[in-house]
Design a protein around this ligand. Structure first.
Ligand code: C2E
Ligand code: MG
Ligand code: MG
Ligand code: MG
Length: 294
């Protein structure tokens, strides 16, 4: 039989697993109706052009505060919502809120001609045969110009049903809604398909950005992904930029846009508007911002 201490360790381990599973189950149960109960909200992270440091948009990111469990990370609950199907209702709520926000912001002085709110669209949402039609109908309802919204889809979202994905994306692109592939390089997309899909932007995953300063390999990968994107006529957004050196390197290899804590964390709508109103492109020397560094 096991020595006493080892038996204890085994017991603790299975208790932890059990507790984790219980937590996941609680989260999954609490997901249904969370938007109706007012527990969810959106935050907005600025997207900037790397050359002039102009604000070119915002990514809308979902936040959930449960009354007992507190703040829950989308990294945890989005996959659970995908599995249960709750992502369909939640995703429609996210789109609706993003459209309402675009309507509210559209005449603000800091909104440039190319400003857009980028909305994350889950694989199951895009798989719906009427996804594009629903999105365009919502925008028409709120009289929001199409250019103010863009979508981000993952490689698995595209590859699951390539024929339907192509059909949905073609309708969106036709209507002037641009489409980005999110977390590029972490999934399994086929380059042969990539060439044939109406995609305007590739987002380099944070995994390739975080070690740029230390890793020759990551610098080479970031450069290769950028060249690949340009070869298929896409712009490149780098996500997760946290340092000036990362930004400088990405700019030097021709990456067009940037997003990351170095510029700003995702912010509640009112704070985002305040941030934008105070942002000075090419402020003083490199990347100074009165709110984030002052
Ligand atoms: P994502 O779409 O790749 O979003 C970028 C994530 O990186 C966000 O995490 C953002 O807060 C984080 N981030 C941005 N800059 C930095 C940085 O400089 N450093 C670090 N460490 N992180 C940074 P978040 O908000 O936790 O979201 C995680 C993922 O959850 C998203 O990854 C996306 O896949 C998913 N997600 C979030 N909101 C939604 C939504 O409304 N719908 C769907 N379907 N998925 C969503
Ligand atoms: Mg995204
Ligand atoms: Mg991403
Ligand atoms: Mg990511």
């Amino acid at each position: 039989s096991l020595p006493h201490s080892e038996g204890l360790r085994v017991q603790c381990y299975s208790e932890t697993l059990e507790a984790q599973q219980r937590h996941r189950l609680n989260v999954q149960n609490a997901l249904r109706g969370a938007t109706d109960r007012g527990e969810m909200s959106l935050v907005f992270q600025p997207k900037l052009s790397l050359k002039e440091l102009r604000i070119t948009g915002a990514e809308a990111l979902l936040r959930w505060k449960h009354p007992e469990m507190g703040h829950l990370s989308p990294g945890l609950f989005i996959p659970l919502a995908e599995a249960s199907g709750d992502i369909l209702a939640i995703g429609e709520w996210v789109l609706e809120q993003s459209i309402l926000q675009a309507a509210a912001w559209q005449h603000r002085p800091w909104i440039s001609d190319d400003f857009h709110i980028a909305v994350n669209v889950a694989t199951r949402q895009l798989a719906r045969p009427h996804f594009a039609h629903m999105l365009l109908a919502r925008m028409a309802e709120h009289r929001v110009p199409h250019r103010l919204i863009s979508i981000e889809v993952t490689e698995s979202g595209l590859m699951r049903d390539i024929a339907n994905a192509r059909h949905q994306l073609a309708q969106l692109i036709e209507a002037g809604i641009s489409v980005a592939i999110d977390d590029f390089g972490t999934g399994h997309s086929s380059l042969a398909y990539l060439k044939t899909l109406p995609i305007s932007t590739l987002k380099i995953d944070r995994a390739f950005v975080m070690d740029l300063e230390e890793s020759d390999t990551d610098r080479e990968l970031a450069r290769t992904i950028t060249q690949l994107a340009h070869a298929v006529d896409c712009d490149v957004v780098a996500e997760g930029i946290e340092t000036a050196a990362q930004a400088a390197y990405l700019r030097s290899i021709g990456c067009e846009m940037a997003q990351g804590y170095f510029y700003s964390r995702p912010l509640p709508a009112a704070d985002f508007a305040h941030w934008c109103a105070h942002w000075v492109p090419q402020a003083t020397t490199p990347h100074h911002h009165p709110l984030t560094h002052g």
